[in-house]
Design a protein around this ligand. Structure first.
Ligand SMILES: Nc1ncnc2c1ncn2[C@@H]1O[C@H](COP(=O)(O)OP(=O)(O)OP(=O)(O)O)[C@@H](O)[C@H]1O
Ligand SMILES: [Mg+2]
Length: 240
């Protein structure tokens, strides 16, 4: 399989001096679905933020064969979509429609195709009735769904999802898992919903304190009780 993400020796320290990544090496192949697991503060979100250039650490990050630098940023962001852990960081336009249309408009789709993509994305998250509502009036779970729709409306090659199921009701969660399983794009999914990760991802990467502790088959890693417990995690019920 073709390599689509290549990270070598990635280190990142936040401006306040907190080191969040201490030398990450990771390659991801096209159409793989990778789960990123680890305790709070492990560095999962920080790692995802490097894959579309929101953060820039030391070391190498290549996405779709391109180095992440100022020259490639627009091209990378038109193919790599990130859904933030906190939807408040994703929704910056007044209405639901405007937020979901932002990506398609900025990739120069004609108007009718923008409307089509927005409608389809809102249907996928079962929020088509809310297109004209103000994003800041929505409940947290509804915001989460709209944040997802902002990437579903685009034609992406890589989806980066940070806690995509948190705050979703069980039906919306099940629906989202089914939807994600159906997408043949490359996915990296960070989260604490281990059953969801098990369902979507064949491979998981276990991070702790900014380092990769384990990288391998999901059932093997998540089924390893001593490994999971040593890093603040638990074996998912379905593997007991
Ligand atoms: N803006 C920031 N400024 C300073 N330190 C930060 C910032 N964001 C995150 N950190 C720190 O970086 C480390 C990694 O945080 P990160 O958010 O990547 O963890 P995470 O694995 O996503 O955790 P969680 O499971 O809670 O979402 C933590 O020690 C965290 O406190
Ligand atoms: Mg996080």
């Amino acid at each position: 399989m073709k390599e689509i993400i290549n990270i070598k020796g990635l280190k990142y320290t936040y401006p306040d001096g907190t080191t969040a990544l201490c030398g990450i090496d990771l390659t991801v192949s096209e159409e793989e679905s990778i789960g990123l697991i680890g305790p709070n503060g492990a560095g999962k979100s920080t790692l995802l933020l490097h894959l579309n250039g929101i953060l820039r650490g030391k070391g190498q990050v290549q996405v779709l064969g391109l180095e992440i630098d100022d020259k490639n940023l627009i091209s990378i962001r038109s193919k790599v979509g990130l859904v933030f852990q906190d939807p408040e960081n994703q929704l910056f336009m007044p209405t639901v429609f405007d937020n979901v249309a932002f990506g398609p408009i900025n990739t120069d789709l004609e108007k009718y195709r923008v409307e089509d993509s927005v409608r389809k994305a809102l249907e996928e998250v079962e929020m088509e009735e809310s297109a004209q509502r103000y994003a800041h009036h929505l409940s947290f779970g509804e915001k989460k769904r709209i944040a997802l729709a902002t990437v579903l409306s685009m034609n992406l090659e890589i989806l980066l999802l940070d806690e995509p199921t948190s705050n979703l009701d069980p039906r919306a969660r099940r629906h989202l898992i089914k939807l994600l399983k159906g997408f043949r794009v490359t996915k990296i999914v960070a989260g604490h919903d281990l059953e969801m990760i098990l369902d979507i991802c064949n491979r998981v990467v276990l991070l702790d304190q900014g380092k990769i502790i384990a990288n391998g088959e999901s059932k093997e890693i998540m089924g390893n009780k001593s490994l999971m417990e040593a890093h603040g995690l638990e074996v998912p019920l379905s593997l007991l």
